[in-house]
Ligand binder design. Structure first.
Ligand SMILES: N[C@@H](CCC(=O)N[C@@H](CS)C(=O)NCC(=O)O)C(=O)O
Length: 199
């Protein structure tokens, strides 16, 4: 399997879940500004939509979209997401994170207009409050670490980078997440520091 990734981007969540599932992969870093790989190859030929994360599975299938990839990888960690309402709730939170936090958040890294920045903060901050209310103990699904937890963790990294505020209960979540070997492995490979050491 080939994994197309850009350090610090939303594809960090995929990295974490591939490690959680113990899946082997060949890592390809993507320059998101030029849409090229490290050897200069055109990434658009791999994923015509140009964004990460993307997986090319062993049969050649291109699996894209954070929500789909994280649900797929969570399924590979064990049987807990394959049946019933728990799986649907997992998809619910992945969809929420993708469409209500991840996508609206991205322009905050690029916009210089202060009013527009404030508008995005006002839009996204209550959504962190909502998902904080979904925590069941250490993680979103109690003791089970899910793809939604990995995605929430990456969004909280972005929040810390941009000074966006979120409920204090999410600090404890970050601490629990950063104890996981999968997270340590992904962060070490990527270069960024754990939030608990920089925050
Ligand atoms: N719909 C995609 C969007 C992914 C996305 O926006 N990825 C960003 C990085 S966080 C990206 O690659 N942006 C570069 C581009 O769109 O060209 C998903 O949910 O996975």
């Amino acid at each position: 399997m080939d994994f197309y990734h850009a350090p610090g981007s939303s594809s960090l969540a995929t990295y974490i879940m591939l490690c959680e599932a113990g899946l082997a992969f060949d890592l390809h870093k993507v320059d998101l500004f030029s849409h090229t790989l490290e050897d200069g190859a055109d990434y658009i030929r791999i994923n015509p939509n140009g964004y990460v994360p993307a997986l090319v599975l062993d049969d050649g299938y291109l699996l894209s979209e954070c929500a789909a990839i994280l649900d797929w990888a969570a399924g590979k960690t064990g049987a807990q997401w394959t049946n019933g309402l728990a799986r649907t709730r997992h998809l619910q939170l992945l969809a929420f994170l993708s469409t209500e936090i991840h996508k609206p958040f991205i322009p905050l890294f690029f916009l210089e207009d202060k009013l527009e920045q404030a508008r995005i903060r006002q839009e996204v901050e209550p959504r962190f409050a909502w998902i904080a209310g979904c925590l069941e103990g250490n993680y979103l699904f109690g003791d089970r670490f899910s793809g939604a937890d990995a995605m929430l963790y990456v969004m909280l990294r972005w929040a810390a980078m941009t000074g966006l505020t979120y409920p204090q209960s999410l600090d404890a979540f970050i601490e629990h997440v950063e104890l996981r070997q999968s997270v340590r492995t992904a962060l070490a490979a990527d270069g960024p520091q754990p939030l608990s050491t920089v925050g």
